[in-house]
Design a protein around this ligand. Structure first.
Ligand SMILES: CCCCCCCC(=O)SCCNC(=O)CCNC(=O)[C@H](O)C(C)(C)COP(=O)(O)OP(=O)(O)OC[C@H]1O[C@@H](n2cnc3c(N)ncnc32)[C@H](O)[C@@H]1OP(=O)(O)O
Length: 236
């Protein structure tokens, strides 16, 4: 039932123009929503490893999607989540400098179900906000019983990057500042609430906080700068 609901929401997302990218630039969000052939592999839908909090948050936000204020973002494990083709058009000689590309996977989707990053994102077009519900599995341990800081940073980067990409198109992280205030227990569901604060030319300033599912504990805070890639400019 949830799967069919997600499919319906994808259709709605495509119909209303998704994230409203700049004119003439279809933007990654629209491509995600129109990737019907990939939807059977959507990793952002509940699986047996999700705990009660993660399921509840997912269901709450799927309901919020019904009036169009929030949109569910599908997510896939393989390389084309951020279209390789789109990315190469932004690189001077049109070639990615990596012979391992055929084996590449999105880092956050490269673990088996329940062991690593379990998450789902939703975005709110009117408020320039992206929210991520995240449950870190046992392979993401840092201090015993708690999430590794690198794993937390990864999900923050992914959420902030998604916010920035929805706002302006393909970006890369230039700067990421993180304050770890409380450790996050392994296996608990947390809420990463991000927003675009300011856009200045190619610079997108975004920020977020990470809270417990009941919102009572603030675990982490972050600010970041993303740069919209300039076509034809070499990155290497
Ligand atoms: C959906 C999935 C989301 C996934 C999110 C994950 C994203 C990632 O992890 S990306 C990986 C980590 N990031 C990287 O590897 C990027 C490495 N850095 C780079 O390639 C380049 O520095 C890059 C692309 C960020 C910017 O390069 P370039 O396009 O040449 O920009 P450049 O002309 O130098 O700078 C543009 C503006 O930004 C400013 N700027 C650039 N970097 C910084 C910085 N670190 N701090 C402050 N300002 C900066 C410049 O000063 C300049 O400002 P102005 O226009 O006012 O003069």
């Amino acid at each position: 039932m949830l799967r069919s609901c997600a499919a319906r929401l994808r259709t709605l997302g495509a119909g209303r123009g998704g994230a409203r990218p700049p004119a003439g630039n279809p933007g990654p969000a629209q491509r995600w929503f129109s990737s019907e052939k990939l939807s059977a592999n959507d990793r952002s839908l509940p699986n047996p490893s999700w705990n009660k909090d993660l399921r509840l948050l997912f269901e709450q936000f799927m309901k919020k999607c019904e009036d169009g204020s929030w949109t569910h973002m599908p997510s896939y494990s393989y390389k084309n989540t951020l279209s390789t083709q789109d990315f190469t058009t932004l690189i001077r000689d049109g070639k990615l400098p990596n012979k391992h590309l055929s084996q590449a996977q999105l880092f956050t989707r490269s673990y088996e179900e329940g062991l690593g990053f379990e998450y789902v994102m939703f975005y709110n077009d009117a408020e320039n906000r992206t929210i991520c519900f995240f449950q870190g599995g046992p392979y993401l341990q840092g201090a015993p019983g708690f999430l590794h800081g690198g794993a937390i940073s990864t999900m923050i980067d992914a959420t902030l990057g998604t916010s920035a990409m929805i706002a302006v198109g393909i970006v890369m992280t230039a700067n990421l500042n993180i304050t770890f205030k409380r450790p996050i227990p392994l296996g608990s569901a947390v809420v990463i609430n991000s927003q675009v604060d300011k856009i200045e030319g190619r610079k997108v300033f975004v920020s977020c906080n990470v809270r417990s599912a009941d919102e009572k504990t603030v675990y982490t805070e972050a600010t970041s700068l993303f740069i919209k890639l300039e076509p034809g400019k070499s990155l290497t």
